[in-house]
Ligand binder design. Structure first.
Ligand SMILES: Cc1cc2nc3c(=O)[nH]c(=O)nc-3n(C[C@H](O)[C@H](O)[C@H](O)COP(=O)(O)O)c2cc1C
Length: 410
């Protein structure tokens, strides 16, 4: 897979429309256009009039060796309308940089120039790389518009945090070219972006037996991990699912390894983790186990004496210690309070690339539910909120993000 500078014909023959809007980062679109061409993509560029204030259309016409569309009102060469013919021509629409203005227009279906009209006529995958000043980015109007585009299934890459062109420091900088290219490659084949990759997923609870008929456990249903396994398989991966005791059916095409205790889950993961490209730790592994499991049923009167606990092996941490730089690992952090804070701690301690932080309290019940919500917490930048959605949808978001991180690493 993916995108080293040498073996980079990853977009050979793919048709990409590059939309450019009027932000200071428009100059970076020139390098992006070059990189897309170097990877073999065919490019057509559509700019807003304001983008043309920042960079000349001639720059892009030269880089792509094709005319650049800036106006709806140019006389067409043939009797075709350019915004419609472009919409039918491309495999993917990439808008980079995307201004707050263009994102608002996309969200609300306003079509008053070449780019926004093309967007409305577009039926394929869309990747958007926003860039703007921090205050604009944090404005609730912008946040609401971005959320609409996410819900529509568009990939939003960045923005990143750092020094901005206006001299301020904060969130709003255009994502790196590597991140944008990784998102393009992933969304180019939106159905099977995990083709050729091996994904290992842990799911469900574990049981720590006190005696032959009693155990310590938790209410994890395994639904999130099973949804991840099903989606990963649909997205083209070879999937191994290491499942604690749950009664869910094995998703088709998935290799399932059943385990009971935390120790058994640890051993199953450590045996297989070397072959995996992406590892998702969605199991709720018991943190404690009885010091010793009694061989026969503990009598009621012996009860108090019998409950000495010990720590179980920390499966994700153990993997973190042998993790290679070319592997991506993802954690789930369910907590009753300070979920984002606790996700950040897990991220560092277990060397995850990102963590899905879940609130589990009151109405936010996650265990056993068909739905989930939370935040994607990475090593830098603001946590990305994932609104309440089905566990299958959540699984796709998590896997999509994981493969983008993987592409950036390789
Ligand atoms: C120097 C300058 C830099 C700007 N940079 C940005 C930017 O980075 N992001 C943004 O959303 N708007 C930025 N703007 C504001 C947009 O240009 C403005 O909202 C414009 O209407 C966007 O037009 P468009 O979305 O049709 O391209 C900037 C304006 C100026 C004058």
């Amino acid at each position: 897979m993916a995108a080293g500078p040498q073996d980079n014909q990853t977009l050979a023959g793919r048709k990409i429309i590059l939309g450019i809007s009027g932000g200071i980062a428009a100059y970076k679109a020139a390098d992006l256009a070059r990189q897309l061409r170097k990877r073999g993509a065919e490019l057509r560029v559509v700019m807003t009039r304001n983008a043309a204030q920042f960079v000349s259309p001639l720059t892009f016409a030269t880089l792509t060796q094709a005319p650049v569309c800036v106006s709806l009102w140019k006389q067409p060469d043939a009797w075709s309308m350019e915004h419609i013919s472009n919409a039918r021509w491309g495999d993917l629409l990439l808008v980079a940089p995307a201004t707050a203005n263009v994102i608002a227009k996309f969200a609300h279906g306003i079509a008053d120039d070449a780019l926004t009209t093309l967007y409305l006529a577009w039926r394929g995958p869309v990747v958007i790389a926003p860039a703007m000043n921090t205050a604009m980015f944090e404005h609730p109007a912008y946040q609401a518009n971005e959320a609409v585009l996410r819900q529509r299934g568009h990939a939003i890459v960045g923005p990143e945090s750092g020094e901005l062109a206006c001299g301020e420091e904060g969130a709003g900088r255009l994502a790196s070219l590597d991140a944008i290219l990784a998102a393009v490659e992933t969304h180019m084949s939106p159905d099977r972006p995990l083709e050729g990759l091996r994904v290992l997923i842990t799911a469900g609870p574990t049981r720590e037996f006190l005696d032959p008929i009693r155990f310590l456990s938790n209410p994890s249903s395994g639904k999130m991990g099973f949804a991840l396994a099903e989606q990963a398989s649909r997205m083209g991966a070879e999937v191994t699912l290491i499942a604690g005791p749950v009664t869910l059916p094995t998703p088709s095409g998935v290799e399932r390894v059943d385990v009971v205790s935390a120790q058994a889950m640890h051993d199953a993961v450590m045996e297989r983790c070397g072959q995996a490209d992406i590892l998702v730790f969605a199991a709720a592994v018991s943190d404690f186990a009885p010091e010793r499991a009694a061989e026969s049923k503990i009598k009621k009167r012996e009860w108090a004496r019998s409950l000495q606990l010990r720590r179980t092996p920390d499966v994700a941490r153990a993997f973190g210690q042998v993790k290679r730089p070319d592997q991506v690992s993802v954690g789930f952090a369910a907590d009753t309070e300070d979920v984002v804070q606790s996700a950040r701690m897990k991220l560092r301690e277990k060397r995850f690339d990102f963590v899905l932080a879940n609130p589990v309290r009151g109405e936010e019940q996650v265990f056993g539910s068909e739905h989930n919500r939370g935040w994607l917490v990475g090593p830098s930048g603001r946590p990305r909120a994932l609104e309440r959605m089905t566990k299958s949808e959540m699984a796709r978001h998590v896997l999509q993000h994981a493969v983008e991180v993987l592409r950036r690493k390789r």
